[in-house]
Structure formats: C-alpha cells, structure tokens
Design a protein around this ligand. Structure first.
Ligand code: XIL
Length: 378
C-alpha cells in the first residue's frame, strides 16, 4: 500500500479500514493500476475520496525520501537525462534525497586526455543536487574501469602514477570541497576470491595505493566521508572477508577511512545475500559507517509476475539489512527506471532491474521498498 494520510503518516488503507479502502479502489487493484503518476502514486479522479472520508484524509503520494527516516534514499543519475528528460527529472527530485553521478565524476569521462578536464556534467549534477536539497556521493576517484588511456595503458612509472593519482584526487575533491557528503575513494579493489585485483594501480603502485589514496583524499576535503566500495561483497563470502580484513587493517593503521559501500548489484539467478545484515554489522563493528550504494536486481528478460515478485523480495532483503543496522546511513539505487538502466548493455539478456518500469510506473519492488521503510519507521 503506497497511499498515506498526509496528517498522520499512516497508510490510507489502515486509516480508513479495509472496507473503506476497498470501496475507493485501493485494495484489489493491480500494482500498476494504482500507480500511474510519474512522481509517485496518486488517486485517479474516478476513485477520489468522497464524503465517506474524514476531512483530514487527503491522500498524498509516498516519496521514498520522506519515509526513509534519518537515512537518505538516493539514486544514480544519468547526466544525459538530468534536466533534459522532464519525467525523469521530476521523479528524481520528488522521490530521492541523494544522488550519485552514474558516470560524470569518473576519471575517464571527466579527463579523456591528460589535462583536459570537462567538469560540465559533474558541475550540473552538484548544482541540481544543491537546488533540490539532495546529498551527493562522489563516485569515484580510484577505479580500474572507465579510466583515461593515459592511465590505463600502464606506461606511467610508479612515481608518475603516484603523482597523477594524487593530483587527480586533489583536483576533483578540491573542486567540490564542502559539497560532497561522501566519496568512493577506491572502487572495486578486490577479486572474487578476496585477493587484490591486479589493476594498473595495484600492479604499478603496490598494496599501499589504497592507504595513500585515503590520506590524500582526507587532506583534500577533511569533512567528506571517505569510502571503499565494491560489488558481490553484500553477503559473507571470500570477497567480503578480504574487504573486511583490509578495512580492519586500514583502521588499525590510522588510515582515514570512514565508510564501506556495498553496491548490491544483484541478479535473480543468484541466491539473495541472505546474511547481508550480519555482514553490514560486522563491518560497522570496525568503526565505519556503511551504505548500500548501487542497488539493482536484474533478471532474465522478459519479466513475469513471478520474477517481479521475487525481485521485490530481494529489494526488501537489502532495505531491511540497512534499516536494521544503525551504522547504515542510506540506500542508493542504480537508476530509476528500466528504460534507462545500465543492465541490458552490460549483461545481455538481463534487464528490468529497477524500481520503476520503462513507462515510469512503480513495480512490486517499489512497493516492497516502501513497506520495508515504513515498517522500520514504526
Ligand atoms: C556503470 C554505469 O551505470 C554505466 O553507464 C557505465 O557504462 C559503466 O559503469 N559498478 C560501479 C558503477 O561502481 O560505476 C558502474 O556504473 C556499475 C558497476
């Protein structure tokens, strides 16, 4: 149920009682039928409340950002859509209290050739976030992927790469100093077996590149929360064990790391991360905050009602893991609608991973997220 009474915040069905809810069409209609507004569900005129409702029972759409309590609820933002796609932009600002640049703050898109930095898209995102009261997660400073060729081709010496990474961190964090809540300083540093990924940074600079990056980042913006972020570390497994050991060591060594991001790019063909809450809590016990940073749940297309229901269960599990962990500061989904998701391009045959379908209608996953957030708020 996604309608709430504006004055009390209870669900409208609960407030009216089941019979009244049925009489105005809130119960028994399919999920899609009740959810036609791009900015969230709203009552259609044909089922508008009548005199049977108390005067205070003006239904209002539920927005994710309004029901997530002290946590933010955010999304990745595709810079091609921001401002130019009205439906996307309206939904973005109605539903979400945090944004992450899907690509615009990555090294390659930002500085395709050395010294030629184009800040246009990143600036626009930060300005939009400020205008709409949204936190920004900076993503990402040191990552093996989407690098400019002058870094990825491996021709720089250890000293040169060291200086170039430091200058990159200083330039990007310096530009947005005070405007970014948290930075993914290092992204995807691990292999599936928990060993270090042999990226150009690891092979040229050695293990110490991670601690160095965090120290430079802290100097560049001492107020920003500094994160390490990865995928397939959502459950307790060899990869998350490797990450856990590293974070423990960084903390013991006094490295300024503040948080661990769990991407949560899930796939219905894999088991859900059953121990995610336990996993988040073991990291939190190291003295860091944690966040769900890139949540989506892909499936083999075409979707079916059964798949969408299972997808909703995966979303629910992740949201519940976060809201049951005091150190979990927020949840970010990786895009708003199935129309714009990165999934079909990256995983052929997979898709429909988001909370909204390609027509910007909410899916069962959206309802499940609302339920999990509302249950946590009680
Ligand atoms: C993805 C973007 O969504 C795509 O548009 C781009 O082509 C590739 O990168 N992990 C991350 C994100 O940390 O930056 C990735 O984003 C998805 C996986």
């Amino acid at each position: 149920m996604r309608f709430r009474n504006g004055s009390r915040g209870s669900t409208l069905a609960v407030r009216l009682g089941l019979a009244a809810a049925v009489s105005i069409g809130l119960v028994g209609c399919g999920s899609q039928a009740a959810t036609s507004s791009p900015a969230g569900p709203s009552l259609s005129p044909s089922v508008a409340p009548t005199a049977t409702l108390a005067p205070t029972a003006t239904p209002v759409p539920v927005n994710l950002k309004d029901i997530s309590g002290t946590r933010y609820f955010g999304t990745a933002v595709n810079d091609r859509l921001l401002g130019s796609d009205a439906e996307f932009t309206k939904l973005l600002n109605a539903q979400f209290s945090q944004v992450t640049a899907e690509n615009a703050m990555k090294w390659g898109p930002l500085e395709p050739t050395q010294g030629n930095i184009d800040w246009t898209a990143a600036d626009a995102l930060v300005a939009s976030a400020q205008a709409n009261g949204q936190k920004v997660r900076g993503h990402t400073l040191v990552w093996h992927s989407q690098l400019p060729t002058f870094i990825s081709d491996g021709h720089l010496t250890k000293a040169q790469l060291n200086d170039t990474v430091k200058a990159h961190i200083e330039a990007e964090m310096g530009r947005y100093k005070g405007k970014i809540y948290a930075w993914d300083v290092v992204n995807e540093a691990f292999n599936d077996d928990g060993t270090m990924r042999q990226s150009v940074f690891e092979t040229t600079l050695g293990d110490g590149y991670i601690a160095d990056a965090f120290r430079w980042a802290h100097a560049a913006d001492p107020a920003a929360k500094l994160y390490i972020n990865d995928y397939d570390t959502d459950d307790i497994n060899p990869k998350s064990d490797g990450l856990y050991a590293l974070v423990k060591k960084l903390k013991a060594d006094g490295v300024p790391i503040d948080g661990v991001g769990f991407q949560a790019h899930l796939d219905l063909e894999n088991n859900p991360p059953a121990k995610m809450a336990e996993n988040l809590q073991r990291f939190a016990a190291l003295g860091v905050e944690v966040a769900i940073t890139e949540l989506d749940v892909r499936l083999a297309t075409p979707s079916t009602p059964d798949k969408l229901k299972t997808q909703a269960d995966y979303y629910k599990l992740v949201v519940e893991a976060c809201v049951s962990t005091p150190a979990c500061v927020g949840i970010t989904v990786w895009g708003i609608s199935d129309r714009d998701s990165w999934v079909p391009m990256t995983f052929p045959g997979k898709g429909d991973a988001d909370l909204y379908d390609a027509s910007f209608k909410t899916k069962p996953a959206y309802d499940a997220v609302v339920q999990a957030l509302e249950a946590a708020a009680k």
